[in-house]
Design a protein around this ligand. Structure first.
Ligand code: DAH
Length: 359
């Protein structure tokens, strides 16, 4: 019979000397695997007499337990050593400076979004949102534009297939339906700014089928045109980063406001690609506005004898083009990397009124 002590010494010696986990596994299989030396030894117990087995059983099993324990111990040792070696090699120098050039930048439209909401947030406006796919009812009817109204033709609309219940979904042609959604959900006082995507069937250097607008809505008791003018004035000063601006009000018509006013901002365009505000002989169209038509208040569940309000709607891309000198609106949406690198803004420079809007 194999000398048990020799076998034990050999195996335990080999286990101790195993240089890595793969070598250890080979030793384990050779000893404890199906055809391993110890396994074979254990098999011989079956053919032994009861007396022999009494002596050899504990001996063989003891050997198996010792070897199993030794292998587990060596395995832990080797694992620890491997981990320590890896940690030793994988040093990170936390004092290294961060990457000098961030690769991404903020799109000018996002920048103008942030500037607008920052300014109006400071004036106490909350941000409101509505879906791009809108009910015809909210985009038109509840804004006092009934189905046969000529104003529907003013805005070339993308229509979606009619719903099973007969209702009509469209891509919203303006952000004004957010007014409706807000009034239906919330009681005055209301003060919201709603920036977002809008869609019309239109495409040239100053029109894109998808573009961005922002909507202002203020409703409370005793709101009048003076509040509207002041708000627009403050907005323009902050947005164009000038101390003084001059506004011109032009009477206009929108079905959802009465009276309706369009605002122009005095500017100087004498030097090409350099627009200056608060001086000069040119006027820049800002957007439409007016006092909320009492019929709209009524259709949205508010009592026009108690509440008045004003609304304003303007183009975000247009403001961005003017402020940052972008000549073609379509370039905003072409995802040209060179364009984005040129016109993009640093990712961590969030606009703030005291920190600077566009720096
Ligand atoms: N929704 C209008 C448009 O896209 C703009 C507008 C005009 C919005 C008057 C208003 C408003 O809130 O009062 O042409």
């Amino acid at each position: 019979m194999t000398n048990i002590n020799t076998l034990e010494r050999d195996i335990l010696g080999a286990v101790k000397a195993a240089p890595d986990e793969a070598a250890l596994e080979t030793i384990r299989v050779a000893a404890l695997g199906k055809k391993g030396t110890i396994s074979e030894l254990l098999k011989t117990l079956g053919s032994m007499s009861a007396d022999e087995r009494k002596i050899n059983g504990p001996l063989f099993n003891g050997l198996r337990d010792k070897v199993t324990f030794a292998i587990a111990t060596r395995k832990t040792e080797l694992g620890d050593a491997a981990l320590n070696a890896r940690l030793g090699n994988e040093k990170i120098d936390v004092t290294l400076p961060p990457r000098p050039e961030p690769h991404g930048s903020i799109h000018p439209v996002s920048q103008v979004f942030d500037e607008i909401t920052t300014i109006l947030g400071e004036l106490g406006f909350a941000i409101a949102e509505g879906p791009d796919v809108e009910f015809d009812d909210y985009n038109f009817t509840k804004l006092n534009i009934p189905p046969d109204h000529p104003a529907r033709q003013m805005q070339d609309t993308f229509y979606l297939a009619k719903q099973a219940d007969g209702s009509q979904h469209i891509l919203r042609t303006h952000t004004s339906p957010v007014q409706v959604r807000t009034m239906l959900r919330q009681k005055p006082p209301i003060r919201i700014v709603a920036p977002g995507r809008t869609y019309r069937v239109d495409s040239d250097a100053t029109h894109s089928p998808m573009f961005h607008q922002f909507e202002l809505l203020v409703i409370d008791e005793g709101i009048h045109l003076g509040h509207l003018k002041w708000t627009i004035e403050e907005f323009c000063k902050a947005f164009f980063e000038v101390d003084e601006v001059e506004l011109r009000a032009r009477p206009s018509f929108f079905p959802f406001t009465e009276p309706s006013v369009e605002w122009d901002l005095r500017c100087d365009r004498a030097v090409p690609n350099q627009i200056k505000f608060g001086q000069g002989n040119d006027w820049l169209e800002l957007g439409g506005s007016g006092m909320i038509n009492p019929r709209v208040l009524e259709m949205c569940g508010l009592d026009p004898d108690v509440y008045q309000g004003f609304a304003f709607g303007g183009g975000i891309d247009r403001l961005g083009m003017l402020k940052y000198g972008v000549p073609d609106i379509r370039s905003f949406f072409e995802s040209d990397l060179r364009w984005l690198r040129h016109y993009g803004f640093a990712a961590l420079d969030m606009p703030s009124l005291d920190g600077g809007l566009s720096r």
